[in-house]
Design a protein around this ligand. Structure first.
Ligand SMILES: Nc1ncnc2c1ncn2[C@@H]1O[C@H](COP(=O)(O)OS(=O)(=O)O)[C@@H](OP(=O)(O)O)[C@H]1O
Length: 204
């Protein structure tokens, strides 16, 4: 990590940190004051999104349904499949809490980031001790993209949406499989709400 001067914030983004066993100890050894920000979304949608991304690179992979189950008849879920494993947020968080207090970790709601980007970024700015500079005025909803976009990209006067790899259409998944996954994640989600003190509203 580069040296950080007084008044500067150095940021680094690697999605896999949150689920990497060795990451908390290593980051804590580097700096115990590090603030951690994690974007989480409904683990079921997350798994489907993860699968969609893999499918875009390897169109020949088995169906979502067949990867989900160890045994389709008993409904036993394959928790070793990374798309499923990553969404067990309570388990991953537990690992981080051995090294960092909850006050140093901010969980951003992926759903709110889409429905209210300025509100969610307000929380991020507060957490980092920054003035709320990014507000509603910076975003507009792009109907074609189906997502919020920036009115002006940094250093430009033009609007900016995220690229084609963000916001892909997900394949239709058998509703029974989705329900089975909802049932699987429910207790882990409840535990996660308890640990974070925030209700993310992922059950229906
Ligand atoms: N503003 C805006 N525009 C487009 N997409 C948005 C936006 N805000 C959040 N999202 C959601 O971001 C999801 C992809 O982010 P990831 O973190 O999975 O990307 S990656 O891991 O870095 O590839 C992506 O997931 P998918 O819809 O499954 O593609 C989006 O739902």
């Amino acid at each position: 990590m580069p040296k950080t001067l007084e008044g500067q914030i150095t940021m680094e983004k690697t999605p896999s940190y949150f689920v990497t066993r060795e990451a908390p100890a290593r980051i804590s050894a580097m700096s115990r004051d590090t603030k951690l920000i994690v974007v989480v979304r409904d683990p079921v949608t997350r798994a489907i999104s993860d699968y969609t991304q893999t499918l875009s690179k390897k169109p020949d992979i088995p169906s979502f349904e067949s990867l989900t189950f160890k045994n389709r008849t008993t409904g036993l879920i394959d928790t070793s499949w990374s798309a499923i494993q990553i969404g067990i947020y309570a388990k991953h968080l537990d690992n981080w809490l051995h090294y960092f207090p909850m006050e140093q970790i901010l969980f951003v709601s992926g759903e709110r980031l889409i429905s209210d980007p300025a509100g969610e970024l307000g929380r991020v700015q507060d957490f980092l001790g920054l003035k709320r500079i990014i507000t509603d005025k910076h975003f507009y909803f792009n109907q074609t993209k189906g997502f919020p976009c920036l009115k002006k990209a940094e250093g430009s006067s033009k609007p900016h949406c995220l690229g084609k790899t963000k916001g892909r259409t997900h394949p239709n998944i058998n509703p029974e499989v989705v329900q089975r996954l909802r049932d699987f994640y429910r207790p882990f989600n409840m535990k996660f709400y308890q640990m974070t003190g925030r209700f993310f509203g992922w059950e229906d």
